[in-house]
Design a protein around this ligand. Structure first.
Ligand SMILES: NC(=O)c1ccc[n+]([C@@H]2O[C@H](COP(=O)([O-])OP(=O)(O)OC[C@H]3O[C@@H](n4cnc5c(N)ncnc54)[C@H](O)[C@@H]3O)[C@@H](O)[C@H]2O)c1
Length: 276
């Protein structure tokens, strides 16, 4: 390792980054980490209110905000084109925007025969196609530059069945997992790295704005060997590793940050029939 400590490995000074869904939760934590590491960050989110709050609170010359709905292909392409045109760079992209739903097969309304197909389409449009649109737009600019790091937000729910989230969510996130691998394989020859972060349960606004219901927190915490939900700041170390030169030989990986949740089978049968 070069003299000067570990700082230079994670240094993003002079790099331009884009974070979708950066107005809240995990995305916002990523934005703060990237800014702290020296990057210029374009924060895109469908919520103008959240972006305004972020801009007021971060107050940094290193951040700009853009209202963006990742369901809009033309808008995703236009934003990425605009960032590259103005900054002549796009080094790091976090395709992170996503939405959640409460009902999984652990509760009756999440059953296979009762879920709502319109709701399925909305969720998949944001959580899978929205990620695909973002990755595709980023790749177009990174390929000719022969450098770049793309990080997708997957989920432990994309790596196994999950009793607390719906079919649409686990299917979309499983798609994100293999999109990561396929894009990593595709883009490696261009020097572009693609990785995913697969979070376990974190306390964010995905279940609704404001403090979470203690019963919900307890239920999620019971699925985690470390015995609690994650704090969004606990995503920052991995995010910086994947974004920076510290992760220069990492591509195609799906990295869990889950308090050990993937070590044990999720609890089933809480609301179902006693036996079949
Ligand atoms: N919180 C968790 O436990 C958890 C676990 C695993 C994966 N994830 C994933 O992490 C990502 C971030 O979620 P979070 O937990 O931080 O939630 P969050 O609700 O706190 O933040 C998500 C952000 O995405 C934005 N967004 C939603 N739809 C959008 C759209 N169509 N276009 C652009 N922006 C949009 C929201 O306005 C919000 O600011 C999601 O992909 C989510 O699926 C979260």
């Amino acid at each position: 390792m070069a003299a000067g400590g570990v700082g230079p490995l994670f240094d993003l000074t002079g790099r331009t980054a884009l974070v979708t869904g950066g107005g809240s939760g995990l995305g916002r934590a990523v934005v703060e980490a990237l800014v702290a590491a020296g990057a210029y960050v374009v924060v895109a989110d469908v919520s103008g209110d959240r972006l305004a709050k972020l801009a007021a609170e971060l107050g940094s010359d290193s951040v700009e905000t853009a209202v963006l709905d990742v369901r809009d292909t033309a808008a995703v392409d236009a934003l990425v084109d605009d960032v590259v045109a103005r900054r002549d760079a796009l080094d790091v992209v976090f395709a992170n925007a996503g939405i959640g739903r409460g009902a999984g097969p652990g509760v009756p309304e999440g059953s296979l025969d009762t879920f709502d197909l319109d709701d399925w389409e909305t969720l998949v449009d944001v959580n899978l196609y929205g990620v695909l649109r973002t990755v595709r737009a980023a790749a177009r600019h990174m390929k000719p530059r022969r450098r770049g790091s793309i990080v997708l937000t997957a989920s432990t729910a994309g790596l196994r069945a999950d009793p607390l989230v719906p079919y649409s969510y686990v299917v979309a996130k499983a798609g994100v997992v293999n999109l990561t691998r396929q894009a990593a394989l595709d883009l490696a020859r261009w020097g572009v790295r693609v990785n995913a972060i697969a979070p376990g349960p974190f306390q964010t606004n995905i279940g609704g704005e404001g403090p979470a219901d203690p019963a919900v927190v307890a239920r999620w915490s019971s699925m985690v060997p470390l015995g609690r939900m994650g704090d969004p700041a606990e995503i920052q170390g991995l995010a910086l590793l994947l974004a920076s030169d510290a992760g220069s030989f990492m591509t195609g990986g799906v990295h869990t940050v889950d308090g050990g949740a993937m070590l044990q089978a999720p609890a089933l049968r809480e609301a179902g029939p006693e036996a079949v």
